[in-house]
Write a new protein. Structure first.
Length: 399
């Protein structure tokens, strides 16, 4: 999300599916050249363009269905993470504000609250890794958050799991070009595990729930309504995890993928036969251009099918987790505010101008006046506010 390019979109390669299409386009270009040369020098292979119209309609429907379902999955993944962010903020705010710190256990209670809020971040990070088929707890962005917890992911970890295997140059090129044989199965880490991996996000939520239970017992969480809201937020996080896992584990049925791929390739490889009669030698670049459009739409559908990966077009989960970490750090950077202090303007650099823009007077000045004067001023504020809005609209119109 932090990256920015000044190049127009049609000139950008970062995030483009063009590299994945170089090999197919080369093969299609060679095929179009072969058909054109045979038609020109040996025997005309041209056919009626009616087939182009009929097949084009079918291919358009197939690609439209493929692109729509892929973007729906991408959108559902983003909605799931947005829900996670909302519920994480609600849960952290309720813990920080509504759980008291006992005078005789102030340090312990404070550190317990911070630990619980750290677990909220740990849940988000662990879910990110789970959605990327990274089942352990040794990754740099989560190890310090959960290393003190008794979890299956931590117990299943072995030293060799920390070694990041480097791809050979040929394999790296194959992955860049999108060759299926070069791409590794992301689930192989799960298959090779010889110990139970557990469900780290769920285990973390269990620890958070046990903390809430403890605060209820020791009396630091007194309000039953807030307790209900906290438990609702924890349940919502569980539901969010299930929604994200549904997006991950319910791809387009393989039969659809196979058929759509076959229809697209059949259409592209029949193009030279249908274009030669009208385009002659222009059949070669014409076929390549048409193939680029058709294969590009198919490729972007494949790219968006799993929105939780590490590719450029996937959701920036790392950025989302960093944003959440920053927000939680901001929340815990100051003690939970007392609203009586806020009203008096004790926490800011200036006094609380309670009736601005009607008056520049602060809380102390209006506190010395009668209740009738305050209510009269509030009524006058409506009239003054309307005049200010009209004045603003007029000045905008003048400009």
């Amino acid at each position: 999300m932090d990256g920015h390019s000044k190049l127009p979109y049609f000139m950008r390669m970062h995030g483009s599916v063009t590299p994945r299409m170089l090999l197919p386009l080369t093969i299609i270009g060679a095929w179009a050249t072969c058909i054109t040369c045979i038609s020109q020098f040996v025997y005309p292979l041209a056919v009626n363009t009616l087939l182009l119209t009929v097949l084009g309609f079918v291919v358009g429907l197939a690609l439209s269905f493929r692109s729509t379902t892929a973007y729906e999955r991408y959108s559902d993944g983003r909605k799931s993470w947005a829900t996670l962010s909302v519920q994480s903020r609600n849960l952290a705010r309720n813990i920080w504000v509504h759980i008291d710190e006992r005078p005789d256990h102030a340090k312990e209670d404070l550190l317990s609250k911070v630990t619980a809020i750290n677990m909220i971040l740990a849940f988000a990070v662990s879910l990110k890794h789970k959605l990327r088929f990274e089942p352990y707890a040794h990754y740099p962005d989560i190890n310090s958050l959960v290393s003190h917890l008794d979890t299956f992911a931590l117990a299943a970890h072995k030293e060799e799991n920390t070694i990041e295997k480097k791809h050979s140059p040929w394999k790296a090129v194959g992955i860049y070009l999108g060759i299926p044989f070069a791409e590794s199965n992301p689930r192989k880490v799960l298959k090779r595990a010889d110990r139970p991996l557990g469900n780290l996000p769920l285990e973390i939520l269990t620890y958070i729930a046990s903390y809430i239970e403890e605060t209820t017992v020791n009396g630091t969480l007194k309000n039953p309504v807030i307790t209900g809201q906290i438990m609702t937020a924890i349940a919502a996080l569980t539901d969010t995890q299930s929604s994200a896992e549904r997006v991950l584990t319910t791809p387009l049925p393989v039969g659809y993928n196979i058929l759509i791929s076959q229809i697209v390739l059949l259409y592209v490889y029949l193009l030279p036969f249908q274009l030669y009669d009208a385009l002659k030698w222009i059949t070669i670049p014409g076929t390549i251009a048409a193939a680029y459009i058709i294969l590009g739409l198919a490729a972007i559908g494949n790219e968006l099918e799993n929105p939780f990966g590490n590719d450029v077009n996937d959701l920036p989960l790392d950025d989302y987790c960093r944003e959440l970490a920053s927000e939680l750090d901001t929340l815990t950077s100051v003690p939970a505010p007392r609203f009586s202090d806020v009203v008096r303007g004790c926490g800011g650099t200036t006094e609380n101008k309670v009736l601005w823009p009607l008056s520049e007077g602060g809380f102390d000045q209006w506190h010395e006046r009668s209740l009738r004067d305050i209510r009269s001023a509030l009524k006058s504020k409506v009239i003054a506010g309307g005049k200010m809005a009209a004045s603003f609209d007029g000045s905008t119109a003048t400009v």
